[in-house]
Design a protein around this ligand. Structure first.
Ligand SMILES: O=C(CO)[C@H](O)[C@H](O)COP(=O)(O)O
Length: 232
C-alpha cells in the first residue's frame, strides 16, 4: 500500500470509531471513503447493526459487496452521520468535493445528516481552497450559456477562470450518476468561498457545485506525524 493510501486508511478507521449501533449513515465516495466502506463491512460482519445511504452507484456496489445494508433518502430521509472524503478542506471546514463526480448526491446526503465527518490524508488540508479545480455539475441543456454564466460569475468576483469539460477514462464525456456533465473550474485560490457558493448556485444551468460550506462538522486528517481532528 502506498504511503498516501496508508494515511487515507488511517483517517477512515479513526472515523469508524464514531459509528454506533443503530446509526443511519451517509456513505461517501472515493478512494478514502472506500477504506471506510471496507472497515465498516468488517464491523457489520462482526455484528454491528447500521444502515447506510450510498452517495454514488460505485459506493452502493462496494457497500453491497461488503454486506452493508442500504436504504435511500426516500425511505430514510434523516441520517445521523455522513462520513466522506474531500479533495480539499480548509481550517474552517469548507470543502471542495466532486473529484470523483459524486458531488450532487454527496451534498444531498451530507445535508440530510446531523453530522458530517470528513476523512482525508494531510495533503488535502490547505490554507485557502482553489488549487484543486472546482467541480461543477451542469445540465446538458444550454451548456454553452451555462459556461458563459460561470465565466461572468467569476469576473464579478474578480477571479480568473479556466473551464474544462470532464472526460471519462475512455475519452468520452463524463456523465454523473444523475445524468449530468461535470465542468472543472480552475479559479486559482478562491478569495471568497461564500460569495462563490452563492454566485454559482444562482446560475440556472448549474445543478450543484463542489463547494461544501457549513456542512462538515468535523474532519479527521491523517499525517505522517499522527492523526488530528478539526471541529466546526
Ligand atoms: O468528492 C469526492 C467524490 O466525488 C471524493 O470524496 C473526493 O474526490 C476525494 O476522493 P479521494 O478520497 O479518492 O481522494
Amino acid at each position: 500500500m502506498s504511503d498516501s493510501d496508508d494515511l487515507k486508511k488511517q483517517a477512515a478507521l479513526a472515523a469508524l470509531d464514531h459509528v454506533e449501533p443503530g446509526m443511519k449513515l451517509g456513505i461517501g465516495t472515493g478512494s478514502t471513503a472506500a477504506f471506510f466502506v471496507q472497515g465498516l463491512g468488517e464491523r457489520v460482519r462482526g455484528g454491528l447493526d447500521i444502515i447506510g445511504v450510498p452517495t454514488s452507484e460505485r459506493t452502493a456496489k462496494l457497500a453491497t459487496a461488503e454486506g452493508i445494508r442500504l436504504t435511500t433518502l426516500d425511505e430514510t430521509p434523516h441520517l445521523d452521520l455522513t462520513i466522506d472524503g474531500a479533495d480539499e478542506l480548509d481550517p474552517s471546514l469548507r470543502l471542495i468535493k466532486g473529484g470523483g463526480g459524486a458531488l450532487l448526491r454527496e451534498k444531498i446526503v451530507a445535508s440530510s445528516s446531523d453530522r458530517m465527518i470528513v476523512i482525508a490524508d494531510g495533503s488535502k488540508l490547505v490554507d485557502q481552497l482553489g488549487a484543486f479545480p472546482l467541480p461543477i455539475e451542469v445540465n446538458h441543456f444550454g451548456l454553452g450559456a451555462t459556461l458563459i454564466a460561470i465565466e461572468a460569475a467569476a469576473r464579478q468576483l474578480d477571479q480568473p477562470v479556466t473551464l474544462k469539460r470532464r472526460l471519462a477514462s475512455d475519452g468520452t464525456a463524463f456523465v454523473t450518476d444523475g445524468g449530468h456533465a461535470i465542468i472543472d473550474a480552475s479559479f486559482g485560490l478562491i478569495r471568497e468561498p461564500e460569495a462563490m457558493n452563492l454566485a454559482l448556485a444562482a446560475i440556472p444551468g448549474v445543478v450543484e457545485h463542489g463547494l461544501f460550506i457549513g456542512i462538515a462538522t468535523a474532519a479527521v486528517i491523517a499525517r505522517p506525524d499522527g492523526v488530528i481532528w478539526l471541529h466546526a
